[in-house]
Design a protein around this ligand. Structure first.
Ligand code: CP
Length: 287
């Protein structure tokens, strides 16, 4: 099966994937199988790209790394033509990061049935593997978590996918941030606060960076944001966990002091997201 959105999964599948081990994956023997993974990363990435490439190697799958500048996209080739071309190589996996929120749905129209498509982050819509890794980490700490997502949720694929996981798991989740960076449609069941003090009600405080590259001009005032929304040590108790998918803009959405003094899970998130990506290769082929 493909993994384009968390909503592609049933609740029991989210439950299985976010448990500490994925039993079906360890039985898959990729070595010697000629399995291949094409990584098409047409947007910048450090964590997702490195972890998928390493995870593929660790599983015995051959990874081929393509980006915007070293592929014919740089010469003007369209996304459709790119996928139509990649389809001819019949890869086992196609892993896509793209600014187009529907990039993976376009890929589905062209790739052969035998290719498993994995969304590695699409526009403002979905980042399912980040959410699954984060959820596995959250679950390793609490069986009944409350999560506050703080900051620019409007432009965040991470926030949307984490909300979808939380719905499936029955977790409490709410957002907090300036009104102009909150959801404007589609998430009516999610409570939204415009007061940073409300994050004290959550065990997990998940900070989302202001995604300036996706904002319309002039909706963001840096000084106001820092004054009202930057996470400082005073906002969190020792029992709360600070999360962030990265990259962190140190000093903008989180102060250096908060990063030093609060209970942050940021490095563990990198580790857990790597783990889930490794597990997904086997899990998706045999789901
Ligand atoms: N969290 C995340 O997707 O990070 P990268 O953009 O570095 O892959």
């Amino acid at each position: 099966m493909n993994l384009i959105s968390i909503n592609d999964l049933k609740s029991w599948q989210v439950d299985e994937l976010t448990a500490s081990t994925v039993l079906r994956s360890k039985d898959v023997k990729w070595n010697g199988s000629n399995a291949s993974a094409i990584l098409l990363f047409a947007e910048p990435s450090t964590r997702t790209r490195v972890s998928f490439a390493l995870a593929a190697r660790e599983c015995g799958i051959f990874p081929l790394d393509l980006d915007k500048d070293n592929s014919s996209i740089a010469k003007g080739e369209s996304l459709s033509d790119t996928f139509a071309t990649l389809a001819m190589y019949d890869p086992t996996f196609l892993i896509v990061r793209h600014k187009n929120g529907m990039a993976c749905q376009i890929a589905e129209r062209f790739m052969p049935d035998g290719t498993t498509i994995i969304n590695a982050g699409s526009g403002t819509t979905n980042h399912p593997t980040q959410a699954l890794g984060d959820a596995r980490l959250i679950r390793s700490i609490s069986s009944d978590p409350t999560i506050a997502i703080v900051g620019d949720v409007a432009h965040s694929r991470v926030a949307k996918s984490l909300i979808q996981v939380s719905r499936q798991m029955g977790w409490n989740i709410f957002t907090a941030g300036p009104p102009e960076l909150q959801f404007t449609h589609g998430e009516d069941d999610i409570e939204c606060s415009n007061d940073i003090r409300d994050i004290k009600h959550a065990k997990f405080v998940y900070v989302i960076r202001p995604q300036l590259e996706r904002m319309e001009k002039d909706i963001f005032n840096r000084e106001e944001y820092i004054y009202n929304w930057r996470i400082e040590p005073k906002h969190l108790t020792v029992n709360q966990c600070l999360m962030h998918a990265g990259p962190v803009n140190i000093g903008l959405e989180v102060s250096p002091a908060a990063l030093n003094e609060c209970n942050t899970l940021i490095q563990k998130q990198v580790m857990f997201c790597h783990g889930i990506r490794k597990d997904l290769f086997g899990w998706l082929r045999y789901a």
